[in-house]
Design a protein around this ligand. Structure first.
Ligand code: NAP
Length: 272
């Protein structure tokens, strides 16, 4: 069984530091099985979202597991088209139903779409107060949008999920979240394989007898982030989660910090 440490969120709840992403365009038929494999291996954090179009399959996989509900950590997100108070409440209900859950562990605003951010956050605060979302947070919020939210929020976001790899690493964004007590969660940690042969990664991987995927995932851990690599393959899930038995050293971190080239798999939050 994989051993994955937890972090404590400002909501008081524990969150596993590594989970499974389930954004799988073109592979929807394999998502249910991948969630079952992950749960079987000991992965407890599943990063879902309504826009991924597979919450039913994720829900069926969760329902079929013998893992106790309180051990699971299930995330969902409200998509841009559903933002606004009432529509967020409806979107949450649909996700809850599709996922076959009575509560969600973490509900996030997926992207900071301009005109409905405030009402949407109010809806998330209501869901938290009702106890149906144990923690609430945001995704793709950089300092400008976070500062705006903190001006009207009664509840500080527990998590900010952002794209995170050395290739798009903006240190000030992490520092800002850490100063506010907001847990950073890094998505697309392995840059969808785009950088798997980068010579610096290859060298560091060789030094630690690890793969370049493991180096990128370990780097997310070194940054204090929660990380959610996606794979539908059992052997890759094991590989991706076997990153708690070594640590990058100062020299590695310096070399990795120099790789920034703003490579992203998703939009740049600075454009929002
Ligand atoms: N909040 C947001 O806006 C946002 C945006 C994007 C993603 N996310 C979340 O973050 C999760 C992860 O991001 P992502 O899926 O975009 O990118 P990612 O995790 O960086 O990369 C996933 C891709 O890399 C492959 N892969 C993973 N581990 C591998 C390994 N050890 N060896 C070889 N190939 C490997 C996977 O292939 P196989 O599956 O075929 O193994 C998949 O094609 C998503 O699933 C989603 O839950 C959130």
């Amino acid at each position: 069984m994989l051993q994955i440490p937890n972090v404590r969120l400002n909501s008081g709840h524990l969150m596993p530091q590594l989970g499974l992403g389930v954004y799988a365009p073109g592979q929807q038929d394999e998502v249910g099985q991948s969630v079952r494999e992950a749960l079987d291996l000991g992965i407890r954090l599943i990063d879902a979202a309504s826009i991924y179009g597979n919450e039913l399959e994720v829900g069926q996989a969760i329902s079929s597991t013998s893992v106790a509900r309180e051990e699971l950590f299930i995330t969902s997100k409200v998509w841009m088209d559903d933002m606004g108070y009432d529509s967020t409440m409806r979107a949450f209900e649909k996700s809850l139903k599709d996922l076959s859950l009575e509560y969600i562990d973490l509900y996030l605003i997926h992207w900071p779409k301009e005109d409905k951010r405030k009402e949407t956050w109010k809806a998330l605060e209501s869901l938290h107060e009702q106890g149906v979302s144990k923690s609430i947070g945001v995704s793709n919020y950089y300092q400008k949008n976070l500062s705006e939210l903190l001006n009207y929020a009664h509840i500080c976001p527990a998590v900010n999920q952002i794209e995170l790899s050395p290739f798009c690493y903006l240190p000030d964004e992490l520092t800002f979240c850490q100063a506010q007590g907001i847990q950073v969660e890094g998505y697309a940690p392995v840059v969808r394989g785009l950088k798997k042969e980068h010579p610096v990664l290859v060298e560091i991987a060789r030094k630690w007898s690890k793969t370049t995927y493991q180096i990128l995932i370990r780097w997310n851990i070194e940054m204090g982030a929660v990380t959610i690599p996606k794979s539908i393959h059992r052997d890759r899930m094991i590989e991706n989660a076997t990153v708690f038995d070594f640590a990058l050293d100062a020299d590695d971190l310096t070399r990795l910090a120099a790789l920034y080239d703003n490579t992203r798999v998703a939009w740049d939050p600075r454009d929002f």
